[in-house]
Design a protein around this ligand. Sequence first.
Ligand SMILES: [Zn+2]
Length: 228
Amino acid sequence: MLDELLHLMYPRVCAGCHTLLSPGEKDICAHCTVSFDAFPNAEAADCAVKEILRRNHPETCAPRYAWSVYRFHKKDSLQRVVHAMKYQGVRRLGAFFGSCLSEMIAGSGIEENFSCIVPVPLHRLKFVERTYNQSEVIARSLAAALEKDVRTDLVIRRKYTRSQAGLSQKERQSNVSGAFMSYPDIVSGHILLVDDILTTGSTVSAVIQALEEAGAKSVSVAVAALAA
Ligand SMILES: [Zn+2]
């Protein structure tokens, strides 16, 4: 009842197409949800993520497993949803991606005992600017479903990097080179690393390297979407 009243007073619109949401819909309308380019299964997503990392970062160890829910395409409604989550303060959209990822991971039949879940960190100045880390919002939703702990203290972003958007693969790589560091005395086990979007994989690759140098036995990767 209260929800319906609030909806009348403050109509909620879809983050993907900006049309009015039906009362049962939450943040994204049914039309947009089915229009997103979803991976058919966990194996297809695993191959696609590893292929991007292998092609662009042959020097980095491949993740043990990799998951991505979607591919996004320029100017599609998924790109608008991701944009709203990252830059327009709609942090709860992260819970949508976290829940999709938890279903994919649980349904992939891989019984893995992650020691913890680690979101790709933002530099503290960027955190102040944006007020939240969208990868952490995804990671927290995923962790609640998988009953794991989120650790935001294992990796720090010590270099303030400019946005990766619009940079070439080489520029992305040098932009994040040396940007992350981790602590050898507290990193161990199989870590699940979470990011929002994977484009050339430079950021994820740099964090995998930092975690492995610090003692992680292995690292798996979960992202909301791959940029096609
Ligand atoms: Zn929509």
